[in-house]
Design a binder for this molecule. Structure first.
Ligand SMILES: [Zn+2]
Length: 328
């Protein structure tokens, strides 16, 4: 099979669940840049329509000489309790199905199996990462996150009780490369050991080069997200992207903006939410929509319209929220 044919099938597969299966991950597996991918797909009912879609992916994966496997359980992810439940398919609640794709059937199965374990327990996290082909330096960082997060007062309740991994990466970084932009639309399926991790940069460079051939429109879209916006970031599911003139670093920054894009996604991402937090985030968004400048400091941030202060928000944790943009 030539490259064009491969690329067409990659496109076809990722369209089946409207982008829930990552095109970058699939490129990685098809082109041998990573051994295995595993992901969660939202679904309501395990019905004929869903089975038809899964069968279609299975058929297309076979054409690419890949194995496609599916979990035998439904997963329910609740915030802020950090509950990650595994239930039967006929459970009436909304949930997710785990899928794995690899050249090796064993690895695809193991990926799906560990997806559950790595989220519910610390064990299995490193095994999962190794099967997915994550760099050693970042696997070590994953261990650090597991060992240091539980019971920490800085823990992020919206991240299964772990410390905010994007912020932990940031704390270790002198520079912030666009390839490691975990604050907008991360091209990585793991958290890099720093925002300047060379192995992760090389990996993303390889993927986007192929993405350009698979779907140039998607490529431009992604590169724009990685390089251009400033992210006002709370958690892996909640951030507001702002476009404009950014000065400073994450401790002390000023941003004049003329456009924003809300990515407050907890409602879709989790099956249950802390409504107080959601309400607060929407309140911030309301002020940002009215304003055109943000000043960020360790203990507070302020929103202005021209030079009129609209609101001052206190921060309990200097890293939440933060205002960040790649500097290289
Ligand atoms: Zn690394």
């Amino acid at each position: 099979m030539n490259q064009d044919q491969k690329n067409k099938i990659i496109e076809e597969i990722t369209k089946i669940f409207s982008g829930q299966l990552s095109v970058l991950e699939l490129i990685g597996v098809v082109y041998g840049i990573k051994p295995t991918m595993a992901e969660m797909i939202n679904f309501n009912k395990f019905d004929k329509a869903l089975i038809k879609k899964l069968n279609k992916i299975n058929y297309l994966c076979k054409k690419l000489s890949l194995h496609f496997v599916v979990s035998t359980k439904k997963f329910i992810i609740n915030s802020p309790l950090g509950i990650f439940e595994m239930v039967d398919f006929d459970d009436p609640r909304k949930g997710k199905i785990a899928v794995g794709i690899s050249k090796s059937k064993e690895d695809a199965l193991e990926g799906v199996n560990l997806y559950y374990k790595k989220t519910l327990t610390d064990k299995g996290n490193r095994d999962f990462g190794r099967i997915m082909g994550y760099p050693e330096c970042c696997l070590d960082f994953g261990d650090y996150l597991c060992e240091n997060s539980k019971g920490d007062k800085d823990y992020d309740p919206n991240n299964f009780g772990f410390a905010n991994p994007a912020v932990e990466s940031l704390k270790r970084s002198k520079n912030f490369a666009w390839q490691c932009n975990v604050f907008t639309e991360s091209p990585l399926s793991y958290y890099p050991c720093s925002l300047d991790c060379q192995k992760s940069i090389d990996y993303v460079n390889k993927l986007v080069k192929i993405l350009k051939k698979v779907n140039e429109h998607h490529y431009k879209f992604l590169i724009n997200y990685l390089k251009k916006p400033v992210s006002l970031y709370w958690t892996c599911a909640d951030r507001i992207l702002l476009y404009g003139d950014f000065k400073g670093d994450f401790e002390k920054a000023e941003l004049k903006y003329d456009r924003l894009e809300s990515r407050l996604d907890s409602i879709e991402f989790y099956q249950q939410n802390d409504m107080k937090l959601i309400k607060e985030l929407n309140r911030v968004k309301g002020f940002i929509e009215k304003g055109n400048k943000i000043i960020m400091r360790p203990n507070y941030f302020e929103i202005f319209k021209n030079n009129k202060k609209l609101f001052k928000f206190k921060k309990e944790n200097k890293y939440i929220p933060i205002l960040v943009k790649p500097n290289k």
